[in-house]
Design a protein. Sequence first.
Length: 318
Amino acid sequence: MRACIRSTGSYLPARVVTNAELSKTVETSDEWIVQRTGIKQRHIAAEGELTSHMATAAARAALENGKLTPADIDAIVVATTTPDDTFPAVAVKVQAALGMTHGFAFDVQAVCSGFVYALTVANGMITSGQVRRVLVIGAEKMSSILDWNDRITCVLFGDGAGAAILEATEEEGRGILTTHLHSDGRHRDLLYTNGGVASTGKAGTIQMQGREVFKHAVEALAQVVDEALAATGYKPSDISLLVPHQANLRIIEGTAKKLDMPMDKVVVTLDRHGNTSAASIPLALHDAVSNGRVKRGYLLLLEAMGGGFTWGSLLVRW
Ligand code: UT7
């Protein structure tokens, strides 16, 4: 038995903040941001618009696209680093908002790799026969942990949510073929928040040594992409579509180049969304699905790297 992706959905807050708008409040320019990152704009949640609200909206879209109702879902897993509250988990708030009292729900925290981690957990629960259908969501309100005076970080991130419904299938060849997760906690000082529940009692803001993170990202992504191919015996040319974490266009282009893939086989949304951490892959995936870029039988490679450090990859046959 395998787990396949039945449907996807997404949600983006209405407010769009352009690079030009940011350059009015911090010393930066559209030219610098586009050249160094590829980001042109990002969506920012409204006052009072919380991670669980965005997660619920993405979940509803995925249910509708899959012609399902909450009664058809056995479990909810939300990947997030920006929960509404310390507890309860965002996932149980989504469960309540969907009117579900059956099943179970919990959050996974692996920062930008969160969605790959959450899909891997859900895949394990399905292939072990514990559940048949899992609603997997990546949702982030990164704007709530940004120092809006720090030009190094505030230009990079955005808010949003994406969802995918995983379900058991016996169809030959379809579904998640392999997943590979890694972490290395020694690099905390390169990417972290300067606060938290038990340390300062406040969430803190993102602190990043960009150039160092960049170097690690290139190496880590090369490793997990190689692992996914080695585990399945596929060649880079077998991959129909690369759905990478959206942190920096130069990193994405580097991975595509390593795989000798033309950019038209790579899903890029960071120009419009910025880096939405755990939401970036499901947002990109839904963007590709809704634009008709994902066809039955396609081989998709998902990969991400982020705070922790955490990194991972996943190959799925659509
Ligand atoms: O999603 C989790 C994983 N995160 C990532 O993968 C992020 C990885 N890192 C990156 O994407 C890039 O390192 C950044 C986009 C964050 C930065 O790009 P960079 O080419 O590595 O620039 P840099 O940090 O080396 O900074 C170059 C210069 C510096 O000035 P000096 O020291 O050369 O005078 C910075 O102060 O650019 C300056 N700078 C800016 N200038 C205008 C930094 N941020 C800005 C800014 N606007 N927003």
